[in-house]
Design a protein around this ligand. Structure first.
Ligand SMILES: [Cu+2]
Length: 165
């Protein structure tokens, strides 16, 4: 009985440690994402321009609505908030996007701004840029996680795949 309890306890500890590690990893900008890592702007070989805005019919969108890059490519995202309210551009795995979205919703009162290598928050009329080296092929997601904006349409697929020759 005592032995079983010991095993059960170590499982709990191991699980807690893992959860903690994962949680810390999520907020540690130095941690490499499976989709790649932060890069210097000078290292970028291509610029992708992205606009964030509200539409007349009440939606909020990114233009373009789809971003495609190649594995190994370092791109510079030139982001413009051409809307009338604050927006952000963040990209991650779909699971991380959902997790962050829930966090932002819960922390709405605290006005939690993203401040990591894969996110940028811009005021109306503001421009910003960030660079990223994509590694593995896969389907990721870019979004604005200010509460309500994702639901209004601010998300799109970020596809990393080799170009067909
Ligand atoms: Cu937004």
């Amino acid at each position: 009985m005592r032995r079983l309890l010991t095993i059960a306890m170590s499982v709990v500890f191991a699980t807690t440690a893992l959860a903690q590690e994962m949680h810390e990893g999520k907020h540690d900008s130095a941690t490499a994402h499976s989709m790649g890592k932060s890069a210097s702007l000078e290292a970028a070989t291509r610029t992708i321009e992205v606009s964030m805005l509200e539409t007349e019919d009440g939606r909020m969108v990114f233009e373009p609505g789809l971003i495609e890059v190649q594995p190994g490519e370092t791109v510079r995202f030139a982001i413009s908030n051409v809307g009338l309210i604050e927006h952000e551009f963040v990209f991650d795995t779909p699971a991380e996007i959902i997790a962050h979205k829930d966090e932002m919703m819960m922390d709405a009162a605290h006005d939690m701004a993203h401040d990591s290598d894969n996110a940028i928050t811009l005021q109306p009329g503001e421009d910003g840029e960030l660079a990223w080296t994509f590694t593995d092929a896969g389907v990721f997601e870019f979004a604005c996680l200010i509460p309500g904006h994702y639901e209004a349409g601010m998300f799109g697929p970020l596809v990393v795949r080799p170009t067909m020759m």
